[in-house]
Design a protein around this ligand. Structure first.
Ligand SMILES: Nc1ncnc2c1ncn2[C@@H]1O[C@H](COP(=O)(O)OP(=O)(O)OP(=O)(O)O)[C@@H](O)[C@H]1O
Ligand SMILES: [Mg+2]
Length: 177
């Protein structure tokens, strides 16, 4: 049971500060819900919190934790293939990619961390489909606003001015905008 799977998360260059309360609250919510969405304005710390939370969950997801950056993805129809690539899943032509993803994820205790989902909000239906077609999959999403998918649990991440003063000094999350 203490088996640990692949954990592929970005390694932030600065150390994580504070946020004990938010982290504890997010952890509690992730135990209850299969889709947890961290919401808040740009720069509020959603990505950092998701990385920190995911890292602490390694023991709960023996089949792996995968970070999927969606900021560079401008078309919601590309979300499925972006997730598949991150999972190392080889696409085949005989059925829909959503079905292949669900098949791959079924029975696996995997946490997908989907970053900057606001760029591809229309893909919320894909997430709903994946959750409906699997039992153990959990999703940790960061987005400017909630996805409004059934079963979603929202966790607001308020701005902390101590971090905003550092904005721009560290671009470790591949910010392109
Ligand atoms: N708890 C923290 N400790 C240290 N640095 C932090 C913390 N939270 C956020 N930061 C830093 O503040 C900046 C913004 O945080 P982050 O990228 O997580 O925000 P975000 O809400 O994901 O922003 P966006 O909506 O633009 O994606 C980053 O440089 C990040 O490293
Ligand atoms: Mg972010």
């Amino acid at each position: 049971v203490s088996q640990t799977g692949e954990v592929s998360l970005p390694r932030p260059l600065t150390s994580f500060i504070g946020r004990d309360r938010e982290l504890a609250e997010a952890r509690r919510l992730l135990e209850k819900a299969r889709l947890l969405t961290l919401t808040g304005p740009g720069g509020s710390g959603k990505t950092r919190l998701s990385i920190e939370l995911a890292r602490s969950q390694a023991g709960d997801f023996p089949d792996g934790i995968y970070f999927v950056p969606l900021a560079p993805v401008r078309d919601a129809r590309l979300v499925a293939s972006t997730i598949a690539r991150q999972l190392g899943l080889r696409e085949s032509a005989d059925r829909s990619l959503a079905a292949q993803l669900a098949h791959h994820l079924r029975g696996r205790r995997i946490l997908l961390v989907l970053d900057n989902f606001e760029h591809v909000a229309a893909a919320a239906t894909l997430l709903a489909e994946l959750l409906a077609d699997t039992e153990l999959l959990r999703l940790l999403v960061s987005s400017l606003s909630a996805l409004r998918v059934s079963g979603e649990q929202e966790c607001p991440v308020p701005v902390r001015h101590t971090y905003s003063s550092r904005r721009g000094s560290s671009s470790q999350h591949g910010r392109r905008t």
